[in-house]
Ligand binder design. Sequence first.
Ligand SMILES: Nc1ncnc2c1ncn2[C@@H]1O[C@H](COP(=O)(O)OP(=O)(O)OP(=O)(O)O)[C@@H](O)[C@H]1O
Ligand SMILES: [Mg+2]
Length: 216
Amino acid sequence: MLSLQDVTKRFGVRTVLNAVSLEVAAGEYVAVIGDSGIGKSTLLNAIAGLEPIDSGAIVFEGKDVSRLGEEEQARLRRDTFGFVFQAFHVLPHLTVEENVALPLLLRGISKREKARGLIAAVGLAGREASPPRELSGGELQRVAIARALVGDPKLILADEPTGNLDPQNAAQVLALMKDIVKRRGAAAILATHSEQAAAGCDRRYRLTAEGLNPLD
Ligand SMILES: Nc1ncnc2c1ncn2[C@@H]1O[C@H](COP(=O)(O)OP(=O)(O)OP(=O)(O)O)[C@@H](O)[C@H]1O
Ligand SMILES: [Mg+2]
């Protein structure tokens, strides 16, 4: 489904992604583990077409995402990818439910039940009408996760999705993502500094300045 081929990205003289290669098939849940500042967010942003790369290819279902026009990249993000941003990017003027339903709204689908189902699945039932300012960091993170999953994405890109969660909530959202991957044949890449968060993944890789290498 997704194939990264020698992806290289520099910021100035600093090489952040050094010939990174990775294959992810439908139904696979892959973890990319790496220290803070090593390039995990850069890698996920590049896959989502949010960060240009210097060389290599990022092929999703036969198309090189890195060479698509901005409009086509935006369409992929809207219709096909589910991105859990490290910084949440929850919209402050919308309620919890409106934030979660946003990807459906952008596609012209009105499925209240679906949004509510995801909100319940991340443990936030009853908070649908809350404005984000009344939520804790971990609750905001769970809103971001529900929003990324609500549109049945083919590819889930989760950037440190459990960074603000207690162990029980972390386990719950990781299980939810895994369930979606296994049940619907989606693929997921989880970026994390925590080997523990990556424990339930099918394959684990470590990102270093030298590149991406299998951990097990
Ligand atoms: N726009 C930019 N311009 C210059 N340097 C950047 C830019 N974006 C990121 N970097 C640098 O690239 C490196 C990788 O950043 P990135 O955010 O991908 O790391 P990360 O692995 O996600 O870290 P963390 O675990 O802290 O989230 C960092 O050293 C960062 O300072
Ligand atoms: Mg990051």
